[in-house]
Design a protein around this ligand. Structure first.
Ligand SMILES: Nc1ncnc2c1ncn2[C@@H]1O[C@H](COP(=O)(O)OP(=O)(O)OP(=O)(O)O)[C@@H](O)[C@H]1O
Ligand SMILES: O=C(O)[C@H](O)[C@@H](O)[C@H](O)[C@H](O)CO
Length: 244
């Protein structure tokens, strides 16, 4: 049976092999101890200035997706986390094909079919960053439906030392509408916010890899809570009941 991940030939050519994450030990870049300026690459990856150098591959590696509808603060939170953790940051919006951007700019919501390749590309880009030797990577991805999150959940099937986590940024539609209305120079207009809520499947309790954060609060409060919960999760500290 075909799945989202079954390699299929394209134009008669075999697809590229997935990156080899299982070979250890490997040489990887060290995590720098001081904040370095973020550098943007043309492929939507922002390196946080991490330069290559010989060290041992970390045993566990982390993919953190910052998710939620347009305007919930994905980029704001993800950049903050990536800077604080010295991990690369992937801006999911930069991976949409031009056809998707054109649709959204014209006020036409994307369909499932429009999103499959984009989701797979984001999963592969995350794995690629880990394969480069980073301990973790933070990416933005609306991931509005459970089946979209499931596309990313495939990553640890192949590479068992990957831990995948989602942060769902939760706020009422009216709050996000105001934020998108206030934002300038973005292809996603306020007229699209309702369509995002229309199809939204909020993460359910059984999706235990998801942390939900109330983002109707000020950005600094949200970012502090997000970093605290990420650090707890990756160091396997239990969360206080108030945060579950
Ligand atoms: N907690 C917050 N309180 C108030 N304003 C916020 C908060 N978080 C983000 N913002 C502002 O809301 C707007 C949207 O934030 P941001 O671009 O980070 O969201 P996004 O989810 O990445 O959006 P999109 O999916 O449309 O790219 C920005 O102008 C940002 O400065
Ligand atoms: O799944 C989607 O419909 C898209 O990813 C959108 O969420 C936009 O990319 C984003 O909101 C930009 O504003």
């Amino acid at each position: 049976m075909l799945s989202y991940d079954t390699p299929v030939s394209m134009n008669g050519q075999r697809p590229p092999a997935p990156p080899n994450l299982s070979a250890t030990p490997r040489t990887i870049p060290p995590t720098p101890k001081v904040a370095l300026p973020t550098q943007s690459l043309s492929n939507g990856v922002h390196t946080n200035g991490v330069a290559p150098g010989p060290v041992q591959m970390p045993e566990e590696r982390h993919i953190w997706l910052v998710t939620g509808p347009a305007g919930c603060g994905k980029s704001t939170v993800a950049k903050f986390l990536a800077d604080a953790l010295h991990w690369p940051y992937i801006e999911g919006d930069e991976y949409h094909p031009q056809a998707n951007v054109d649709k959204m700019s014209a006020g036409i919501p994307l369909t499932d079919a429009d999103r499959w390749d984009w989701l797979t590309a984001l999963r592969e880009a995350s794995i690629h960053e880990l394969d480069e030797g980073h301990e973790g990577v933070v990416l933005t991805c609306s991931a509005l439906k459970r089946k979209y999150r499931d596309v990313i959940r495939v990553a640890p099937y192949f590479f068992h030392n990957i831990r995948l986590h989602f942060i769902y940024l939760d706020a009422p539609e009216e709050v996000l509408l105001q934020r998108v209305l206030a934002r300038k120079n973005h292809y996603m207009g306020a007229n699209m916010v309702h369509s995002q809520f229309d199809i939204l499947e909020r993460p359910t309790k059984d999706e235990v890899d998801v942390l939900s954060i109330d983002v109707s609060r000020p950005a600094d409060v949200v970012m502090t809570e997000a970093l605290d919960r990420v650090l707890r999760t990756i160091s396997n500290d239990p969360e206080p009941d108030s945060q579950k």
